[in-house]
Write a protein that binds this ligand. Structure first.
Ligand code: PGA
Length: 225
């Protein structure tokens, strides 16, 4: 079973999302093989939209049982007077997954391993499965986390995806084995995704840019054997 995790980042207006869903749903429904993959749990698809779109996207995609909604982040505090933050408690029941530790959060918002650790804890307290993004061996991995997304900084948003053999070397160095899942992210697109998806040792992909186009995102799901 492979994971395809779309990270929309700070993109998508309400109308852009509606049009994304229309295009995506129509294309899936007219393609029974892909529809079967989604129903038969060959693929777990997770889409991580900006917070305000979570609820509506969840409703709009509810006809596809194996497409889940994830948050791109959660607050490192349980709740309180922290204007603008979205705590795990608020997301409980709305999302099944949350990305934590994305390198853009670590860089632009100065998140530390300690913050990320708190977020992981809060995810578990609120029945949310964390998808922990790490940049390499130097980032801490909580032993409980099952979904680990390796995203080398130089590959994110640059078009320079890391060659699959290098990705596998990092996996070995990290000593990741089942039940942990090892996911690759960084400039994954319709042209290179197969290299990662077809590797037994790689449990999925985390596309950013490529998830914004419903046709391209669907083309990634179609690759799943
Ligand atoms: P990208 O983003 O696919 O646009 O490189 C991936 C990510 O940052 O999660």
């Amino acid at each position: 079973m492979k994971y395809i995790i779309g990270n929309w980042k700070a993109h998508m207006s309400l109308s852009e999302m509606q049009s994304w869903v229309n295009t995506f749903s129509n294309a899936v429904k007219s393609d029974s093989a892909t529809l079967n993959k989604l129903v038969n749990h060959q693929a777990t698809v997770i889409i991580c939209p900006p917070f305000p779109l979570i609820s509506l996207l969840k409703d709009l995609l509810s006809e596809f049982p194996n497409i889940h909604i994830g948050a791109q982040n959660i607050a490192s505090v349980a709740e309180g007077a922290f204007t603008g933050e979205v705590p795990a408690k608020t997301l409980k029941g709305l999302v099944k997954y949350a990305i934590v530790g994305h390198s853009e959060r670590r860089h632009f918002f100065h998140e530390t391993d300690e913050d990320i650790q708190k977020k992981i804890e809060l995810c578990y307290q609120n029945e949310i499965q964390p998808i922990l993004c790490i940049r390499g061996q130097y980032d801490a991995i909580d032993p409980r986390v099952e979904l680990i997304a390796y995203e080398p900084i130089e590959a994110i948003g640059t078009g320079n995806n890391q060659p699959v053999d290098e990705v596998l070397t990092v996996k070995q160095q990290l000593n990741i084995s089942l039940p942990k899942r090892f996911i690759y992210g960084g400039s994954v697109n319709g042209n290179n995704a197969a290299e990662y998806i077809f590797k037994m040792e790689i449990d999925g992909i985390l596309p950013g840019n490529a998830s914004l186009n419903p046709h391209e995102f669907l083309s990634l799901i179609k690759l799943i054997p």
